[in-house]
Design a protein around this ligand. Sequence first.
Ligand code: SF4
Ligand code: SF4
Ligand code: SF4
Length: 160
Amino acid sequence: MTDISRRQFLRGDFTGKRPALPRPPWARPEAAFAAACTRCCDCVNLCPQHILTLDREARPTVDFSRGECTFCGRCVEACAPRALEKCGEAPPWELKARIGGGCLAKTNVTCHACGDACPAQAIRFRPAVMTAAQPEVDEPLCTGCGACQTPCPVQAIRIA
Ligand code: SF4
Ligand code: SF4
Ligand code: SF4
């Protein structure tokens, strides 16, 4: 069992199913979320960052191309049916930044845009011989906030 599926299991998600697009923070496991969400759009309308949008089933999803999540919790407070629900000290989600093969550092171009944008200082630059320092995500530090995605000049980062 992977870490993610183990955490899903511990949260009561026995299907192991993950949504194709990220749900808002503190969403219940996907099956419970889908059953509870009434598609009221209150979370979408109240997100001060305007990063929530609707998927093809008119349920909320996060669009990190619009900005980052500040984990303010307004979406959770807005959700009357508790499809979004804080559960003890559980993290808001399992999302992490993933740096892809298009990263400029891989072609020996120095770029620290993602690291400069990260509020958690979760992106470190590993010195490399004869090439630019290579960015690495420190997963335990990464909150999956998405702040590093849009600053990347070549769209090499996804949050997944
Ligand atoms: S926690 Fe705040 S910023 Fe993040 S999606 Fe919810 S309302 Fe938006
Ligand atoms: S506030 Fe809750 S019920 Fe309404 S759309 Fe958002 S997640 Fe669904
Ligand atoms: S998702 Fe947020 S915390 Fe994680 S590396 Fe990007 S900016 Fe840092």
